[in-house]
Ligand binder design. Structure first.
Ligand code: GRF
Length: 221
């Protein structure tokens, strides 16, 4: 069955390597999406160039031109409503969203977070994993709810922590895995396989008891 491409909007604050992974997967014909808009809260975000190179319209919504707090959230809602996304993807967006915005997009907004949630919400996850002596680390994709990095978990990727790892080496190994995780997770939405139910994630209509896990072959199981 040929489906219409999923209309995806992406929010970033930084280098945008995960945005680039989505663009590349789409370009390779592996992801049935139309990336309809990119929002950055920083005018100097490196990821803006990836979007411009791919012909994706961009908006910089920062404190200077959109205000902060609720005013900024309202500007984001206006901008996104103008492009009618099916899915909003936070890919390294480093601002906390207010309740109104989260509720406005409930069930159609997801976040990529560099930890095996519910462990280590918030910042500085690599350093915290090493300080705790954990033997594995990873990243999570989850629906966004009002709590910080707290919404229902959709999928994760796990990597081992090596004894000589530093925060930088862990981040360098996790990065490429996150790229595969974000693509595989967005693919689920293109297939209309996943939704936010009343008490958790529904996959093909059934409640997911544990987040899906990204395997070596790039599939989620
Ligand atoms: C990723 O590690 C993601 O988990 C976190 O921010 C980083 C974004 O990287 N939320 P990039 O801007 O996509 O390169």
């Amino acid at each position: 069955m040929n489906r219409q491409p999923l209309r995806v909007a992406v929010l970033i604050s930084g280098t945008g390597s995960n945005l680039k992974a989505l663009i590349d997967a789409r370009r390779a014909g592996k992801l049935n999406v139309d990336i309809v808009h990119l929002i950055s809260n920083r005018a100097d975000a490196g990821g803006l160039q990836h979007a411009r190179n791919a012909g994706i319209p961009v908006s910089v919504l920062d404190v200077q031109n959109a205000g902060k707090g609720a005013a900024l959230d309202r500007a984001i809602i206006r901008c996104l409503d103008g492009v009618q996304p099916d899915l909003v993807v936070l890919a390294g967006y480093m601002r906390i969203l207010g309740a109104d915005l989260v509720q406005h997009f409930a069930g159609r907004i997801i976040n990529l977070h560099p930890s095996l949630l519910p462990k280590y919400p918030g910042l500085d996850t690599y350093r915290r994993v090493l300080a705790a002596g954990d033997d594995e680390h990873g990243s999570s994709m989850h629906f966004v709810t009002e709590g910080l990095d707290d919404g229902p978990l959709i999928a994760q990727v796990r990597i081992p922590v090596h004894t000589d790892d530093t925060a930088a080496s862990l981040a360098a190994r996790l990065g490429p895995m996150e790229h595969r995780l974000i693509v595989a997770t967005v693919e689920l939405f293109t297939l209309h396989a996943v939704e936010m139910g009343p008490d958790g994630v529904l996959l093909d209509g059934k409640k997911l008891t544990n987040p899906l896990l990204l395997k070596e072959n790039g599939r989620l199981v």
